[in-house]
Design a protein around this ligand. Structure first.
Ligand code: DHB
Ligand code: MG
Length: 243
């Protein structure tokens, strides 16, 4: 079999190379078309030696489109990193919208602040620095105190071990129609390992199960391949209570 007919579904250490990344690059140039601000975000992240684990451009734009399609004005993000996905969603909420984004690493939050200010959306992004669970608990308090409106879209992309708890807390700040997106729910297929001792894999498995079990969520998950390897995301909407 020559290279051109090698199926991309092959297993082995090189399965994420060439074809998947090449197709992602093609899609980026042909249809996604991120502007220079996104490259600037990535450049500053690299300059600060941050890990290149932000979402792909295609996924970032999907987050922006989901924000726009759902009419979301208030977005909650858990895991800011350098603000790449934040920028896609911040643009999509519009001038009157807000993205509240949680980041545990102060140095990452600083880079994100620079990036979002430089991209012209700094005034609509509230970066909360601290452990995600504590920050979310604080946000729940603010929400209960009547200070904050519900979130229309939630993107969970921090440590995966925390996802079940982050979901619980996010749901306390949701309304019927709120969209919940979870990144990295496949992790090279490691999601299949029921006996995994890796807290992130255990977290992902629980996160998926919890969404499936929750009678107030309508949820799915989609596998992806691309520049970021073999992974996937979950997508859910909070249901209207039965009348
Ligand atoms: C990792 C985290 C992510 O959110 C991601 O998209 C890819 C990798 C990680 O921690 O390795
Ligand atoms: Mg991620």
């Amino acid at each position: 079999m020559d290279d051109s007919s090698t199926p991309v579904t092959q297993s082995g250490p090189d399965r994420t190379t060439s074809s998947w990344a090449d197709v992602d690059a093609h899609l980026e140039h042909s249809i996604v078309r991120p502007d220079d601000q996104f490259a600037e975000v990535q450049r500053r992240a690299q300059e600060a030696s941050m890990p290149g684990i932000e979402v792909s451009s295609g996924t970032g734009k999907l987050l922006g489109l989901l924000t726009e399609i759902s009419g979301a004005r208030r977005v909650l993000e858990v895991g800011t990193l350098a603000g790449f996905s934040t920028l896609w969603m911040a643009r999509a909420v519009g001038e009157d919208g807000e993205v509240v984004t949680c980041e545990s690493e102060p140095a990452h939050a600083d880079v994100a602040r620079t990036n979002l200010d430089a991209a012209g959306v700094g005034d609509r992004v509230d970066i909360r620095v601290g452990a995600a669970e504590q920050t979310l608990e604080q946000l729940v308090e603010e929400f209960r105190g009547g200070d904050g409106a519900a979130f229309d879209l939630v993107f969970l992309d921090a440590d995966k071990a925390g996802n079940p708890r982050y979901l619980q807390l996010a749901l306390q700040m949701a309304r019927p129609g709120t969209v919940i997106v979870g990144d990295n729910v496949v992790r090279d297929g490691a999601v299949l390992d029921a006996d995994s001792s890796d807290p992130d894999i255990r977290g992902i498995r629980q996160f998926l199960q919890d969404q499936g079990d929750d009678p107030w969520l309508e949820a799915t998950a989609v596998q992806t391949v691309g520049a970021k390897g073999w992974d996937g995301f979950s997508l859910a909407v909070v249901r209207e209570p039965a009348s």
